[in-house]
Design a protein around this ligand. Structure first.
Ligand SMILES: Cc1cc2nc3c(=O)[nH]c(=O)nc-3n(C[C@H](O)[C@H](O)[C@H](O)COP(=O)(O)OP(=O)(O)OC[C@H]3O[C@@H](n4cnc5c(N)ncnc54)[C@H](O)[C@@H]3O)c2cc1C
Length: 688
């Protein structure tokens, strides 16, 4: 590897990559150069490239193609193609076995096959006997069967070689200079924008830096005041053998890859490397050992490099015993203590990768928490966003701006990363699997009443608790429950009583019901350029002669006409608007608005009102009658209060009490009704 460490240290760069010696940093250099980026400086803390201290240095380099996540399938497919096209991939196939008695996993494998069909991968179920044919070290009686992925394989000879290739390619284009033994130590930030990267060799002036520092990412983020919501976690990797049968093989991999998720473990042979050993990796599913980023390199725990920690046999005794049931050869071979270790890798607060420009500091980019199997794909998306300002596929589920500030607090990240670590491999994770930690962060004024009614609060959104159905309605709505089609599969009703939820909808279509919408983010936008900003971003007309009090359901589109956001914009006044968007997307939409405003030097104040305002949806054919109990019906008659309009109302409550609300006559299912916005902030006298 040619290194520029002896050449003059640069004082400026167009892009600085922090961590160019890992798979992600190197692939970023590769794609940035491909996209025409010049003057890239790659910093690496290790003394060599490929880095010998990186997670990449330890990866087993498996590539399995199917997850339940469309974007994940895309990044893997893209990466696999890159590895294949450049001679770095050995397609050997891969098994995911299902143990006898683990019927739940068998169902999960069926669902995985379905996801494969949906997302374009090529997987199928096979019998236990067929699995043994493919991987003869398996015990047939221990399995129900397996899922077979013929396109799974290994990055060869090692992902580190890809690092080498990617960096050299970028250098050959004259786009990249690398500096080893040169950690980024700090950042210079002015007016919320990155202006420089500090190292012991000097400061590099730049307005773009990308953090590809893997498990060290949060330490880099801390220096810049940027939250990087990931935690390093210990991942035990053990070597067994050598195994005589393959000891003298010339192949890089003799058997297909094997996953045994019922034991949270995987197996592969090392082929001609390491003299024909078997490699057994395990993801701790009960008590994962998270590591504080500050504790990386702790001398009492660290083996040969910072991302390798000592492994105690007790930590894996139980799953190892279990591994002997499906692959008894492991017990015959015995483990090689000297070469076994706990490798460190990243797990995030929501289990997704972290890609994109940080909301906190403009020009401070992240490409973090990325597996080797996704490295080239994720780096490609990040590079496209950096150079072109857009990506070839929608990457909102990896976009760093999806996290609200509270979701990047240290305790939040730790507890959620702990929960996500438990499910890296093991159980089938239900899409509505509730998180246990960090609950009741935000509750609406209706929360206590919702609890009394038996609200099902399994899934919070953006920290807000909101009920998906009320158990007290089970008896009340018996008539409707009988109409609801039965969901026979337990999986389809897990965590949410859909019969009740569906009956609630039917009842609402006949009569009227209330839905708590307080988790909807609300942004009030005011200023001379508010109209220009919203008119540019949204597809519908919201300014011009749009009357005050008009509510417009619209989308923000990206440059290619793809949907970026789905929201309503209400005209509150000549130069003031209210944007109401979805709970999971609020922070991303805020970033879009703010960046557009700042990049174009516009004058518009964006006031986040979400916590000041509680919202109730009142919907159904009897909504007019219901609201009419609290106000002169004439005021809310359709002639005086048309559809998609909004106005202030004063509601008369019992005991002569009055409450001022802002009501928007809108619904999304063709029913009559309103979104009613209440003041939820005693200290805030601004009307809602
Ligand atoms: C035991 C083990 C097995 C694994 N098996 C697989 C597998 O089979 N398949 C798979 O897809 N993934 C696997 N992974 C995960 C995979 O290794 C990681 O997800 C991936 O390597 C992360 O790559 P990265 O480039 O983001 O980080 P890294 O490879 O860790 O690279 C980050 C680089 O940043 C550098 N750096 C840090 N701080 C600074 C600084 N201040 N200045 C300059 N440089 C800095 C570091 O020195 C390092 O070189 C495995 C991981 C482990 C530990």
């Amino acid at each position: 590897m040619t290194d520029n460490s002896n050449s003059k240290f640069p004082s400026e760069a167009e892009v600085v990559i922090v961590g160019v010696g890992g798979i992600v940093g190197s692939m970023l250099a590769y794609w940035l150069a491909e996209l025409g980026q010049k003057n890239i400086v790659g910093l690496e803390k290790s003394t060599i490239i490929p880095s010998d201290i990186a997670s990449t240095a330890h990866a087993s380099d498996f590539v399995y193609n199917t997850t339940h996540d469309k974007l994940g399938c895309w990044t893997t497919a893209f990466s696999r193609k890159f590895y294949e096209d450049n001679g770095f991939f050995l397609k050997k196939g891969g098994l995911e076995i299902c143990r006898v008695g683990d019927d739940e996993r068998w169902e999960e494998l069926k669902r995985k096959v379905a996801s494969g069909k949906a997302f374009g991968t090529n997987v199928s179920l096979i019998s236990a006997a067929e699995a043994v044919e493919k991987f003869p070290l398996l015990e047939e009686e221990s399995m129900i069967g397996a899922m077979w992925d013929p396109d799974a394989g290994l990055v060869i000879p090692r992902s580190q070689e890809v690092v080498n290739f990617a960096v050299e390619s970028a250098k050959e284009k004259g786009a990249l200079k690398t500096f080893t033994n040169t950690p980024a130590t700090d950042f210079e930030i002015e007016d919320g924008k990155i202006v420089g990267v500090k190292t012991d060799k000097g400061t590099i002036k730049t307005n773009k830096v990308v953090i590809a520092s893997g498990i060290w990412g949060p330490l880099m983020g801390d220096k810049a005041g940027v939250g990087v919501p990931l935690m390093p976690v210990e991942h035990p990797l053990l070597f067994f053998g050598p195994y005589e049968e393959i000891q003298d093989t010339e192949e890089m991999l003799v058997y297909p890859l094997l996953r045994d998720q019922g034991n949270s473990a995987y197996v592969r042979d090392t082929g001609k490397f390491h003299g024909g050993m078997l490699e057994w990796g395990y993801y701790e599913d009960k008590n994962p050992r998270l590591v504080d980023p500050e504790d990386i390199g702790n001398p009492d725990k660290t083996m040969l490099s910072d991302s390798m920690r000592y492994l105690e046999l007790e930590e894996i005794a139980e799953p190892l015993e279990k591994a002997f049931e499906t692959t008894p050869i492991l017990s015959e071979l015995g483990w090689d203590e000297k070469s076994s270790f706990n490798g460190l890798l990243s797990v995030t607060a929501d289990a997704g990768s972290l890609i994109g420009e940080s909301p906190e500091v403009r020009g401070f980019w992240l490409c973090e928490a990325v597996w080797v199997k996704d490295g080239p794909g994720c780096a490609r998306l990040c590079a496209e966003a950096m150079v072109n300002g857009k990506t070839q596929v929608d990457m909102h589920s990896f976009d760093i701006s999806r996290f609200y500030p509270h979701q990047k607090e240290k305790e939040y990240v730790k507890t959620r990363a702990f929960e996500n670590s438990q499910t890296i491999y093991t159980p089938a994770v239900h899409p509505r699997e509730p998180y246990i930690t960090q609950r009741e962060m935000f509750v609406s004024p209706f929360y206590e009443r919702e609890k009394e009614l038996g609200g099902h609060f399994e899934n919070e959104v953006a920290g807000w608790e909101r009920a998906l159905a009320y158990i007290s309605n089970r008896e009340k709505l018996d008539k409707y429950i009988k109409e609801v089609p039965l969901r026979e599969n337990e999986w389809d009703t897990r965590h949410v009583p859909y019969d009740v939820a569906n009956a609630e909808h039917l009842a609402m279509s006949d009569s009227v019901g209330m839905i708590n919408l307080s988790h909807f983010p609300i942004m009030d936008i005011k200023g001379p350029d508010a109209e220009r900003m919203l008119e540019y971003l949204s597809v519908a007309k919201v300014g011009g002669n749009t009357p005050e009090g008009k509510v417009i359901y619209t989308n923000f589109l990206d440059e290619d006409g793809g949907v970026h956001a789905d929201l309503t914009i209400s005209r509150l006044g000549n130069d003031s608007y209210r944007v109401v968007t979805g709970g999971a997307d609020g922070n991303r939409d805020w970033v879009t608005l703010r960046n557009y405003r700042d990049d174009n030097g516009l004058n518009a104040d964006i006031n986040i009102r979400t916590h000041d305002i509680a919202t109730l949806g009142l919907w159904g054919p009897k909504a007019v009658e219901a609201l009419g109990n609290f106000i002169d019906p004439n005021e809310i008659d359709i002639k005086n209060f048309p559809f998609v309009s909004a106005k202030n109302l004063t509601l008369n409550l019992s005991g002569g009490k009055k409450v001022d609300v802002w009501a928007a006559r809108i619904s999304y299912v063709g029913e009559s009704g309103w979104e009613i916005y209440f003041n939820n902030n005693k200290d805030c006298m601004t009307p809602c």
